[in-house]
Ligand binder design. Structure first.
Ligand code: NAD
Length: 362
């Protein structure tokens, strides 16, 4: 079987993670890497070649993303650059016949997510959004419980991630609206929202109500160790967001995220699924089943901590989807739904009104 030749666009934090993961998969060849900084690309290529399976040879350092996308020696690209480049690069790669693994959020906003969705549908190629949290052992087990009907009808859910003091790269692209599309809602909310919607069985969202706040970032408070700050830069995104989403089947999902906040939190993600026959609560790598019996509530710790690395499972799923031609679990449609909800949260925060979603274009 011919190897799948994968090129990585972006040699920053997550680009390097992808190089490492794909470098370990049998039947994958690391075709090359590119970055706006040639020095970063050179260094990442050297490290990846050293770490990859013996015999994989050196990696090409492409002069630009366009060069990589045009190359006949690349079958699939990973888009691992700041959010505003996700849609243009994904659409260009699809037009050139490449499969795409695009980092989260799939796009900067709903309009550009729609461009990706349409291009993906028309191309017939594999487009997958890099939501590795779906592959965490407690999330996989909770999904199994839901699909097996063990929770009954899941009619309400809560999810979120409340980081207390962790504004990433103050002033850099992370905190500039034009480049990131938003603050913690689009940075980490995108992950928990994706995870919760998947656990709920991908219901159709019909109405969104939300609020956003920026109480720490504008004063250079609440900063963390993640990312490289630019103290002469700009902070024009939120540092906390809260929202409620109503689905067409009557179920509801509430979502709370922050980069900086004063509250009791261990900073990790949480999901609470509330069903008629039982509940499932995820707290980081813990999964607890909640129920009622003999007129009493009870909790059962579910053993779901061990498992393969989530990022490795994600990379393997992308490769398997390309080989089999089957739709990946975090496909362009899931990215479109996610971006549309995020847009609506920001719109609701601006207008103070609920946003009704219109899916008639599908
Ligand atoms: N899945 C996850 O858990 C996860 C974690 C971190 C980041 N991300 C996402 O990955 C993306 C990148 O984040 P990061 O933390 O790696 O950022 P980063 O700043 O570390 O790296 C981004 C890299 O992209 C390069 N770049 C910028 N524009 C480019 C272009 N047009 N062509 C080629 N290279 C370009 C930059 O020089 C930089 O090296 C973002 O969309 C982010 O949301 C996902």
């Amino acid at each position: 079987m011919a190897p799948i030749r994968i090129g990585v666009i972006g040699a920053g934090f997550i680009g390097r993670v992808h190089l490492k993961q794909f470098g370990q998969i049998a039947g994958v060849e690391l075709a090359g890497v590119t970055d706006a900084s040639a020095a970063l690309a050179e260094a990442a290529a050297a490290d990846a070649a050293a770490a990859a399976d013996a015999g994989s040879g050196g990696l090409t350092v492409f002069a630009s993303a366009d060069d990589m996308i045009a190359s006949r020696d690349v079958d699939a690209v990973v888009v691992a650059v700041p959010n505003r480049f996700h849609a243009p690069l994904t659409v260009a790669a699809l037009a050139a016949g490449k499969h795409v693994l695009v980092e989260k959020p799939m796009a900067l906003d709903g309009a550009s997510a729609r461009e990706i969705y349409t291009a993906a549908r028309d191309s017939g190629l594999t487009v997958m959004v890099a939501h590795q949290m779906r592959w965490l052992p407690p999330v996989l087990e909770a999904k199994r419980m839901v699909d097996a009907g063990e929770l009954g009808e899941v009619y309400n859910a809560k999810c979120g991630m409340m980081r207390r003091k962790n504004i990433p790269g103050w002033g850099s692209w992370f905190t500039r609206m034009g480049e990131s599309g938003g603050g913690p809602m689009i940075d980490i909310g995108v992950h928990v929202l994706d995870m919760a919607m998947w656990l709920l069985g991908d219901p159709k969202p019909v109405s969104v109500f939300g609020s956003t706040y920026a109480k720490f970032g504008p004063h250079k408070r609440g900063t963390g160790s993640w990312g490289t700050p630019d103290w002469n830069g700009v902070f024009d995104v939120e540092d906390l967001a809260t929202a409620m989403i109503k689905m067409d089947n009557g179920s509801t999902l509430s979502l709370d995220v922050s980069w900086a906040v004063n509250t009791l939190s261990d900073n990790s993600h949480f999901v609470d699924l509330m069903g008629t026959d039982g509940g499932a609560s995820i707290r980081g790598n813990r999964l607890v089943f909640t129920g009622q019996k003999f007129d009493r509530p009870f909790d059962v710790e579910v053993d779901a901590k061990a498992g393969d690395d989530a990022r490795s499972l994600l990379a393997r799923h992308f490769v398997e989807s390309i080989r089999s031609g089957s739709t990946p679990i975090s496909d362009a449609m899931s990215g479109l739904v996610n971006n549309t909800i995020l847009d609506s949260i920001y719109k609701s925060a601006r207008t103070g009104k609920a946003v009704e979603l219109d899916w008639s274009f599908l």
